[in-house]
Design a protein around this ligand. Structure first.
Ligand code: NAP
Length: 247
C-alpha cells in the first residue's frame, strides 16, 4: 500500500525507520533538498519540490498514493498547506506528525511574538549577546541590527549580521553544553522558534537556569488534518486509514 511521508525532520526519520520494517506499507520519503549533507534515510527517498499543491496532487494520483503523513517541520507552513489542498483534491487521507510545542515554565521569561520581524523588533531593550537559533534562512530581519550576535545553524547561512559569531552544529544538545556556550559568549537573550520536541529543548533549560530572556516565535496556524505526536501513532493511523493495509 503506497504511502508518502513528507519529511525533513527527526520525526520523519523515526517514522521512516518504522515503515521500512513494516510490510503492510510501501512508503516513500520526500525531502525538500535544503540540507546540504542530509543524514542517510531508511526509506526510498525523492528530493525536491512538487510544484505547489497542484503538482503534489498530480504526484499523489500518478504514484497511486493511498495516504500521506506530513512530518515536516512545524514552521514549514507552505508544504503543509499544499499537502492539505493536494490531499483534499486527490481524495487522499492526510495526518500531521509533529512535535508538541514548548510551554513556558515557572522561572521562564518568554516574550511571545508571531513573526521573525516582530522578534527582531522585540530585541530593543533586551541585553546582548543575542543568541539566534532560528534557522539559517530566517536571519533577514536581524542583518541590519547593530547588536552583538551569536548565530547557530546546521549549514552556513548565506548572510550574517555584521560581526556575528557563527557556530555550526546539528545537535543533539545537552544542558551542560548549552550553558557553557551561553556563558562563553556572554549570551543575554535567546531568540528561537517554538519548534518543540526534545532534541533542541536544552537551550530553554539553559536560558531558565541562567535567568535569560527568550524571544519565542510562535507557530504558524495549524491546518485541519489530525495531529499525531509519535511515530508509532502515525503507523497506527496509517493502518486505520488504509483499510487494505490492516493485517
Ligand atoms: P516550506 O516553506 O513550507 O516549503 C517551501 C517549498 O519547499 C514547498 O512549497 C515545496 O515546494 C518544498 N518542500 C518543502 N518541504 C518539502 C518536502 N518534504 N518534500 C518536497 N518538497 C518540499 O518549507 P521550509 O520551511 O522551506 O522547509 C523546507 C524543509 O526543511 C521541510 O521539508 C521541513 O520539514 C524542513 N525543515 C524546516 C525547518 C523550518 O524551520 N522551516 C526546520 C527544519 C527542517 P513545492 O511547492 O514545489 O512542492
Amino acid at each position: 500500500m503506497r504511502v508518502l511521508v513528507l519529511g525533513g525532520t527527526t520525526e520523519a526519520r523515526q517514522l521512516a525507520a518504522l515503515l521500512a520494517d513494516d510490510t503492510r506499507f510501501q512508503a516513500t520519503l520526500s525531502l525538500a533538498g535544503r540540507t546540504r549533507d542530509p543524514a542517510p534515510q531508511p526509506l526510498p527517498t525523492r528530493v525536491g519540490g512538487f510544484g505547489g499543491a497542484e503538482g503534489l496532487a498530480d504526484h499523489l494520483r500518478a504514484d497511486d498514493i493511498r495516504a500521506v503523513i506530513d512530518a515536516t517541520h512545524p514552521f514549514a507552513d507552505r508544504i503543509s498547506a499544499n499537502a492539505e489542498a493536494a490531499c483534499a483534491a486527490a481524495g487522499v487521507p492526510l495526518a500531521v506528525l509533529t512535535r508538541r510545542p514548548w510551554m513556558a515554565e515557572a522561572g521562564d521569561d518568554w516574550r511571545l511574538v508571531l513573526t521573525m520581524d516582530a522578534a527582531a523588533k522585540a530585541l530593543s531593550g533586551l541585553p546582548d549577546t543575542i543568541f539566534l537559533t532560528v534557522g539559517r534562512q530566517e536571519l533577514g530581519p536581524f542583518l541590519a541590527l547593530d547588536r552583538r550576535f551569536l548565530v547557530r545553524a546546521v549549514d552556513p547561512p548565506d548572510a550574517l549580521p555584521i560581526g556575528a559569531v557563527l557556530v555550526l552544529d546539528r545537535g543533539p544538545y545537552t544542558l551542560d553544553r548549552e550553558m557553557a556556550l551561553m556563558r562563553a559568549h556572554g549570551v543575554g537573550t535567546l531568540v528561537t522558534k517554538n519548534s518543540g520536541g526534545d532534541a533542541t529543548a536544552a537551550k530553554l533549560d539553559a536560558a531558565r537556569a541562567l535567568g535569560l530572556t527568550v524571544v519565542m516565535v510562535d507557530r504558524p496556524p495549524a491546518g485541519t488534518a489530525p495531529r499525531l505526536y509519535t511515530a508509532p501513532d502515525a503507523v497506527a493511523w496509517l493502518a486505520a486509514h488504509v483499510p487494505s493495509a490492516i493485517a
